[in-house]
Design a protein around this ligand. Structure first.
Ligand code: TRP
Length: 332
């Protein structure tokens, strides 16, 4: 079957993935494996932009393994999708350096994720590496000349910069790069269990794909719901209520969800029943993921083999792009 194009996307290896990743981007990646040629990147250099010390740098190795196990667990098939680690394909950093000449400092300073990361991690002055974060991301996407980038909504501004860089290169030196599009998932922003903002592991409001059934039960039972509803007979609000957002995203029994919403709005169901049904739905959703994860985690060399094969496949594609770029620039 001829493929519609090429996908490149990925994650930093900072630990395990959560339900927000699933609806934001993982589901798209699994769904598109047959239609597109898909590349999945474990962005270990990107992890260093905020955590360069030795301990965190070396943690990217075990974290990469967890990330790949999550990919396989949700249904990424390594026969169809090429999974590789960024630092195993060093030519991407060459392209990043070339791209760095095409972007001004104020342009990267305006990217909203920079301020968000600096605020969240109490960083007063960004390192040059942190400023370059989205430029390296553009190199990740463009060294494989990808057309489509399935990512969470927070990453849209990076794909926009990637398009600008592609345009700028093409204008200055000739057509080499496609202008890739971002593909955002069905639920662009899944709320955290605290209902305060988006689900994020670092805030501690996340349900991880690898959480066991008991952990899921505890997290759901302590979830934020509608604060105005101090008794079950008070009509509740479904919109903006994370318990219902999760029901809509993960409960396969749509009739049950519709019925619960109706009773909630009418003040005819207690939070406990809504939560208990959510626990069942989430565990039904997560059970096959957990099973696949456990099965793969028990195979000792599996992840290393997948990453080695991925890097072998990506290196020549990347090297070819960089050579063509240098040629077009008149460097060779
Ligand atoms: N910045 C992305 C994130 O934090 C990870 C990433 C690095 C990425 N390089 C990429 C995503 C290239 C898509 C394409 O989620």
């Amino acid at each position: 079957m001829t493929k519609k194009g090429r996908i490149l996307t990925g994650d930093r290896p900072t630990g395990q993935l959560h339900l927000g990743h699933y609806v934001g981007t993982l589901a798209n990646r699994v769904r598109l494996q047959d239609e597109y040629e898909v590349f999945l990147l474990v962005a270990d250099y990107h992890s260093l932009t905020t955590h360069p010390n030795k301990e965190d740098a070396s943690a990217t190795r075990p974290n990469s393994r967890e990330l790949v196990l999550d990919y396989l667990a949700v249904g990424i098939d390594p026969e169809k999708t090429t999974i590789y680690r960024q630092s195993d394909v060093p030519s991407v950093t060459e392209l990043c350096l070339i791209f760095a000449m095409l972007v001004t400092v104020p342009r990267v300073e305006r990217i909203p994720t920079l301020k968000e990361v600096m605020d969240a991690q109490h960083i007063e002055q960004p390192s040059l590496g942190l400023l370059t974060y989205p430029v390296l991301q553009a190199a990740d996407i463009l060294h494989l000349r990808a057309d489509l980038v399935p990512v969470g909504k927070d990453q849209e501004s990076h794909v926009e910069l990637t398009r600008e860089i592609a345009r700028r290169f093409n204008t200055l030196y000739g057509e080499l790069f496609p202008e890739p599009a971002a593909l955002i998932g069905e639920v662009p922003t899944l709320m955290g269990t605290d209902g305060q903002g988006k689900m994020s592991k670092s805030i501690g409001n996340a349900i991880m794909l690898a959480d066991d059934a008991e952990t899921v039960r505890q997290k759901v039972m302590s979830m934020y719901t509608d604060p105005k509803r101090i008794r079950a007979d008070i009509p509740g609000t479904v919109e903006g209520n994370p318990v219902f957002q999760y029901h809509q995203a993960f409960n396969a029994n749509k009739a049950e969800v519709a019925e619960l919403e109706e009773r909630y709005r009418a003040g005819k169901v207690g939070d406990v029943e809504v939560k208990k049904k959510l626990i069942v739905a989430l565990n039904n959703f997560l059970d096959p993921i957990r099973e696949r994860r456990a099965k793969n985690a028990a195979k000792p060399g599996l992840v290393d083999e997948i990453l080695a094969a991925g890097a072998d496949k990506v290196r020549p594609i990347s090297a070819d792009t960089v050579r063509r770029a240098r040629e077009m620039m008149g460097l060779i």
